[in-house]
Write a protein that binds this ligand. Structure first.
Ligand code: FAD
Length: 371
């Protein structure tokens, strides 16, 4: 049986970024992806926002990897001609009592090293975005948008140039620990396959808990069970009423229904956040809910038409009644699985953080696994 050096499971933005990085100094990197093409799941069902890092507690992986990933992604885009726009973002306090939430975000931003964040009053906001009507806003200049498919294609091409091999339409369905690695089984283009790999990097997104379970980890005991949290988008028809990203203060499991310009300037509203039991991408929310939420800070939206656009599903470690949960990125050697690296709960800001996650995982590999 063939023995691979490194098997990456999943070719979303995270698996691709890791494959691109780890193949710089390592031979025999294989990426297994169950779909025909890379990036067909969460990595292409998101807002495409490069977050600044104001939403995550100090020293969390989300905070560290978001701030670092934001900077790195802009550098990559600039260097390789990947479409992006550093538009800046307004997080808005609509009522007086939401100002406290802005202050919390400002403090987290300062703790996390987010540069250039500042408060704007009602008039200053009006100068930037005349249609937005709020008490106060937190402006973060480093928030922007990127074209996720082009970013993923960059990582994919880079990994291939470095010699990484992509096995598409290849679903991993079993993993068994052997004396010096793992036996991986599954189906590839309709045929059964089996290979051994010294190292496994689990980047399976919405299925990362299932992949961890395959090797024998007790997912429930370890807190790795994923909760699926869906977010729908509507598209605003007609002339765009804003140029920047405009978000309310976060509430519940998501960041609140916000306005995100696409690279062509057209505006999407969303995503909202609701927990689901199965993975389907139909828009299930009502137009009315979206219009009412957004009208709180953009009154003119009441005269606009919107249409259902798309949806995405967050792989969350945080269940409906839980507080903040961080990314779980871990070499599972102390649990008896040397060479098995898990990435679980890679929800937002996973797109922003991808190149920083890739560096973090490569370092884990070089320092703890490589023999
Ligand atoms: C609604 C929404 C909005 C978001 N907005 C943003 C944003 O604006 N900015 C931001 O930074 N982040 C955002 N995110 C988060 C971001 O999209 C994710 O963190 C990121 O895409 C995760 O990438 P991934 O590679 O881990 O997962 P995925 O893209 O899901 O990739 C995992 C891959 O693994 C494959 N796979 C799974 N199981 C197997 C198996 N057994 N065998 C083989 N292959 C397998 C899947 O087919 C898939 O291609 C958003 C997420 C959602 C849902």
């Amino acid at each position: 049986m063939e023995t691979l050096n490194i098997a990456v499971i999943g070719a979303g933005v995270v698996g691709l970024a890791i494959a691109a990085k780890i193949s710089e100094g390592n031979k025999d990197v294989y990426v297994f992806e169950k779909n025909k093409k890379f990036g067909q799941e969460t990595s292409s069902h998101n807002s495409g926002v490069l977050h600044s890092g104001i939403h995550y507690p100090k020293n969390s992986l989300k905070a560290i990897l978001c701030v670092k990933g934001n900077q790195k992604t802009y550098e990559i885009c600039e260097k390789h001609g990947i479409p992006y726009k550093k538009l800046g973002k307004l997080t808005v306090a609509i009522e007086e009592d939401e100002i406290e939430e802005l202050e919390k975000l400002m403090r987290m931003g300062q703790d996390n090293g987010v540069e250039g964040a500042k408060y704007l009053d009602r008039e200053e906001v009006k100068k930037l975005e005349p249609n937005v009507n709020v008490e106060k806003a937190l402006y973060t200049p480093s928030t922007g948008i990127v074209e996720p498919d082009e970013l993923m294609n960059h990582f994919y091409q880079k990994a291939r140039r470095n010699g990484a091999v992509f096995a598409m339409e290849t679903e991993v369905t079993s993993i068994r620990k052997t004396t010096d690695g793992y036996e991986i089984g599954g189906t590839s283009v309709g045929e059964k396959f089996s290979v051994t790999a010294k190292t496994i990097i689990n980047c399976a997104g919405l299925y990362a808990d299932k992949v961890a379970e395959m090797v024998g980890l007790d997912v429930d005991k370890l807190g790795y069970r994923l909760h699926l949290c869906k977010g729908d988008y509507f598209r605003l028809l007609g002339k765009p009423p804003v140029k920047m990203l405009v978000y309310p203060v976060p509430k519940g499991a998501g960041l609140g229904i916000h306005l995100t310009p696409d690279l062509d300037g057209s505006i999407r509203l969303g995503p909202n956040a609701y927990y689901v039991n199965k993975i389907t991408y139909e828009v299930e929310s009502s137009e009315k809910e979206f219009l009412e939420d957004v009208a709180r800070f953009l009154p003119s939206v009441r005269d606009s038409r919107i249409q259902a656009d798309s949806s995405g599903i967050r792989p969350k470690l945080q269940g409906p009644n839980d507080n903040f949960k961080d990314f779980a990125i871990r070499h599972e050697h102390d649990r008896g699985f040397f060479g098995f690296i898990n990435l679980i709960g890679i929800e937002s800001p996973g797109l922003t953080a991808a190149p920083a996650i890739a560096e973090y995982v490569s370092e884990l590999y070089e320092n703890e696994v490589k023999r």
